[in-house]
Design a protein around this ligand. Structure first.
Ligand code: DGI
Ligand code: FE
Ligand code: FE
Length: 407
């Protein structure tokens, strides 16, 4: 069971225990994620602290165990790599991967989904408020395309989330019975998740930003590279996206230099010919979707990810993903994905989209609402211009408009 576990709570433990007994598992292995900005929040605590809280939470359960496999790695861990390592080290073990059912809609956008499905059977926890028809259709789709083994676990309607727990802690409200007592003691002792104003000087934040930042020298180098690689107009757009991304990073508590770098690189493949872009994707075994074959201007996103890694030396998986998904979006976008997607649309050089003033205001008020608004306007624009809609754009819209209570 992977997760940020920021902090771990009884919802996680109940799900694990439920899977353990329903599927007769030998044990449940908890894998706190490494240093990651997967979720949209200013304060994901350092991996070591989340690992410790997870250990405290499971200490009294003999069939729960915690693995430091992801927290020991520096930077971002891909699920397929984690599962590959587990299967390599324990060839006689059958692995099941426990996820929330929401993830079934995003899993195709993760790195090497076919490997994930090969290494593990997926156990997806389904909450009562989930649309069962849509979910079963998605599970069936994954089974058909990837031969995925998926089982659904009904898991009630308990509304417990780490973000709600953090909010309660910040507001000084009780989280007793929501997190196990030893975890709560640890949170209190270390003064974790206190209000922003006291949290500013804690060492956690320093650790957090030092784990991924780009130096100003690297940023200048990327700027020079882009000036060479791109046409004048495209280069100016790129600078606009870069500083707009920096502003959004300030607003939402993300690493500023990392957002700037992603902004600089997001269109790095844009001025190559479509043939060249296609060739790059082929060389890196990136399968093209039918929509990408028919609309080659979609290609620059995935070709851009390859180029950023190969030519511009970027190894940061989260940054690379934000390039790959900047045109269509994807379900379960990371904070950086959203920042780049939105900055691309609102940077000061853009003027054609309708209602830009309002979209720009919304970007700094409510990131998800802004995302839905842009997706909606893009879908309308594509439909009215009779341009084929990439299913990923539609899926992203469906995912976030559902999430925002159906706008
Ligand atoms: O590269 P940029 O021009 O800066 O911006 P972008 O990468 O977001 O590309 C924008 C274009 O992509 C815009 O004309 C709309 C188009 N687009 C977005 N979603 C889809 C799409 N085109 C098709 N065919 N299908 C989509 O779903
Ligand atoms: Fe683009
Ligand atoms: Fe762009």
């Amino acid at each position: 069971m992977g997760g940020t576990f920021n902090p771990i709570h009884i919802g996680h433990l109940l799900l694990a225990e439920n899977a353990y007994s329903v599927f007769g598992l030998d044990e449940v292995l908890f894998l706190p994620s490494g240093c990651s900005y997967m979720k949209e929040q200013s304060c994901i605590l350092p991996a070591g602290i989340r690992l410790e809280m997870t250990r405290l939470a499971v200490a009294d359960n003999p069939h729960f165990r915690v693995s430091p496999l992801e927290t020991d790695r520096t930077g971002y861990s891909y699920t397929c790599e984690t599962l590959a390592q587990l299967c390599r080290e324990h060839p006689d073990t059958d692995y099941f991967f426990l996820v929330g059912a929401d993830s079934l809609f995003a899993i195709e956008t993760w790195k090497d989904p076919e490997l994930i499905f090969r290494y593990a059977e997926i156990l997806a926890a389904v909450r009562d408020d989930c649309d069962p028809v849509r979910l079963e259709a998605q599970a069936e789709h994954l089974r058909r395309i990837y031969g995925a083994r998926i089982r659904l676990i009904p898991s009630g309607s308990m509304e417990i989330s780490s973000s709600e727990i953090r909010k309660r802690l910040e507001d000084g409200r009780s989280v007793r019975y929501l997190v196990p007592a030893p975890v709560l003691r640890f949170i209190r002792e270390k003064g974790l998740y206190r209000q922003e104003r006291d949290a500013k000087s804690t060492p956690e934040k320093t650790t957090l930003s030092s784990c991924t930042g780009f130096t100003s020298r690297k940023l200048s180098e990327l700027r020079r590279d882009m000036e060479k690689a791109l046409e004048r107009k495209r280069y100016e757009h790129t600078l606009g996206v870069s500083y707009t991304a920096a502003a959004l990073a300030m607003r939402y508590g993300y690493d500023i230099s990392r957002a700037e770098a992603a902004g600089l690189l997001h269109d790095c493949a844009k001025n190559l010919t479509h043939e060249k872009q296609q060739h790059i994707c082929q060389k890196h075994h990136i399968p093209l979707t039918p929509a990408e074959r028919k609309n080659p201007h979609l290609l620059h996103a995935k070709a851009g990810r390859c180029l950023a890694r190969e030519k511009y030396g970027i190894t940061d998986g989260e940054l690379l993903d934000s390039i790959a998904w900047h045109t269509t979006g994807r379900p379960e976008m990371t904070l950086l994905d959203k920042i780049i997607y939105i900055a691309d649309y609102i940077e000061p050089g853009r003027f054609q989209a309708p209602g830009l003033d309002e979209v720009r205001r919304l970007a700094f008020q409510d990131l998800d609402a802004c995302l839905v608004r842009i997706l909606e306007d893009t879908l309308n624009y594509l439909a009215s211009s009779h341009i084929e809609i990439d299913p990923m754009t539609q899926q992203t819209y469906d995912y976030y408009s559902d999430k925002n209570g159906g706008i």
